[in-house]
Design a protein around this ligand. Structure first.
Ligand code: S3P
Length: 450
């Protein structure tokens, strides 16, 4: 089992790119596989989560060819052969690994197929709630059995069904739930509407538009007509702002630092992290240089002494995946940071309220835990500690960042999990730890397969 050993840095001057966006890579694999032709996807994220979705689509008939590979991980440029909405029955249960997004989106896709399929995942995924998708999909006529040891949890067996459209008011603000219903709705005759309690990431809607499938948004309600055929297209995945967030916090918290992250996705439903770090005192410039479906741009950040902030309830869905590393920034800032209305963190890859609070305390931070979040009194010096990721990629990476500011050595155990979202994180961490500023030190090796 691998680990990170991290000590404090005194300098951060770097320019590099983070790998492709996880949310968009899942959706690109699914929509390309459904489309009516061949799609070229560039900068696909070859993380375990997205590779599982890509291979799930292959098991459903959508084969792919690798053009370029991130050495040791998997395809970054590839061609996917769409099946014109006619998927084939998989010959074996489909492995979704650690990915809630993969499992929930695929369940939506499979709910209205004329064949039986099964989705399973690892121990963490098998304990996460699936009722949030089986309820609306059931209202559409889907027949899904949850077979897990815990009620309402994976594995899921999805029986053949003919779906009908629904109007569904989502009880939780979840892009995964919204997307599962929208994918299922493609196979239901008539108009389906999902109403979100708050805005969530809109990658599904944007990517459907790239594939010429129309949806209509009216405030937080999104409607789609079934029977539309996704038209094949080429898609370039921007860098993942949730991966960028780790380095943004490292730079923000180090006065005198300068970091330029290139070609990052700047979709406004994902950029609240930038607002929060600015509010905390970091100097930031983000410039969209390309916007074709999804805005892409560069983020330049300069560190400064940080102060605490209160996350707004409306910001929570926008930065839900960044909260572990925001909590680290809060521990390094002067004053109090309040993170509430974030109960959803308890049903992520780990209970991220408990894992963040326990690990921050182990490093000397002052934190109070609440059912729906935490309050952090920052500015108390952090010290090195032995930290467990509990198999959660974002916990491993957030605490590697904490280690860059702690006195003594921080050892983060159980770090293989970072490959679920950020292949190459260890390489980038090493370059930051060694205070490198050469672009070449950050370049991840690729192999051409053409
Ligand atoms: C995701 C949505 C979020 C997020 C996850 C990716 C997506 O989950 O935490 O990492 O790609 O739709 P919820 O929508 O369930 O909050």
């Amino acid at each position: 089992m691998s680990e990170f050993r991290v000590t404090a840095i005194s300098k951060l001057h770097a320019e590099f790119s983070v790998p492709g966006d996880k949310s968009m890579s899942h959706r690109a694999a699914i929509l390309s596989g459904l489309s009516n032709g061949t799609c070229t996807i560039r900068n696909f994220l070859p993380s375990e989560d997205c590779l599982n979705t890509l291979n799930a689509m292959r098991a459903l008939g959508a084969s792919y060819e690798v053009l370029d590979e991130l050495a040791g991980y998997g395809p970054i440029h590839l061609r996917i052969h769409g099946q014109s909405m006619k998927l084939s029955a998989p010959s074996a249960p489909i492995d979704c690994g650690n990915s809630g997004t993969g499992m929930r989106l695929l369940a939506g896709l499979l709910a209205g197929q004329p064949f039986t399929s099964e989705l399973y995942g690892d121990a963490s995924l098998s304990s996460r709630p699936m009722g949030r998708i089986t309820v609306p999909l059931g209202q559409m006529g889907a027949n899904i059995e949850t077979l897990g040891a815990t009620a309402g949890c994976a594995p899921m067996r999805i029986h053949p069904a003919k779906l009908r459209p629904i109007s569904y008011q989502m009880p939780v603000a979840s892009a995964q739930v919204k997307s599962a219903v929208l994918f299922a709705a493609l196979f239901a005759e008539g108009q389906t509407t999902v109403i979100q309690p708050a805005e969530t990431r809109d990658h599904t809607e944007r990517m459907l538009a790239s594939f010429r499938v129309s949806t209509r948004s009216d405030g937080n309600a999104i409607s789609i007509y079934g029977g539309q055929m996704p038209e094949s297209c080429d898609f370039t995945v921007p860098g993942d702002i949730s991966s960028a967030a780790f380095w943004l916090v490292a730079a923000a918290a180090l006065p005198g630092s300068r970091l330029l992250l290139k070609d990052v996705g700047l979709n406004p439903t994902r950029t609240a992290i930038l607002k929060v770090l600015s509010r905390m005192g970091a100097h930031m410039l983000d410039i969209v240089h390309h916007s074709d479906g999804e805005p892409i741009g560069n983020i330049e950040i300069h560190g400064a002494p940080l102060t605490g902030t209160t996350l707004l309830e409306s910001e929570i869905p926008n930065l839900i995946d960044e909260i572990p590393v925001i909590a680290v920034a809060a521990a390094l800032a002067q004053g109090r940071t309040v993170i509430r209305n974030a109960r959803e963190l308890r049903v992520k890859e780990t209970d991220r309220i408990t894992t963040v609070v326990d690990n921050l305390r182990a490093m000397g931070a002052q934190v109070q835990e609440f059912e729906d979040g935490m309050e952090i009194d920052g500015g108390h010096p952090l010290h090195g500690a032995q930290i467990d990721s509990f198999g959660d990629h974002r916990i491993a990476m957030a605490f590697a960042i904490a280690g860059l500011f702690a006195k003594g050595e921080t050892i983060i155990r159980n770090t293989d999990c970072v490959n679920t979202s950020y292949p190459g994180f260890a390489h980038h961490l090493d370059a930051i730890r060694r205070e490198r500023s050469n672009a070449a030190d950050f370049t991840l090796p690729t192999v051409s397969r053409e």
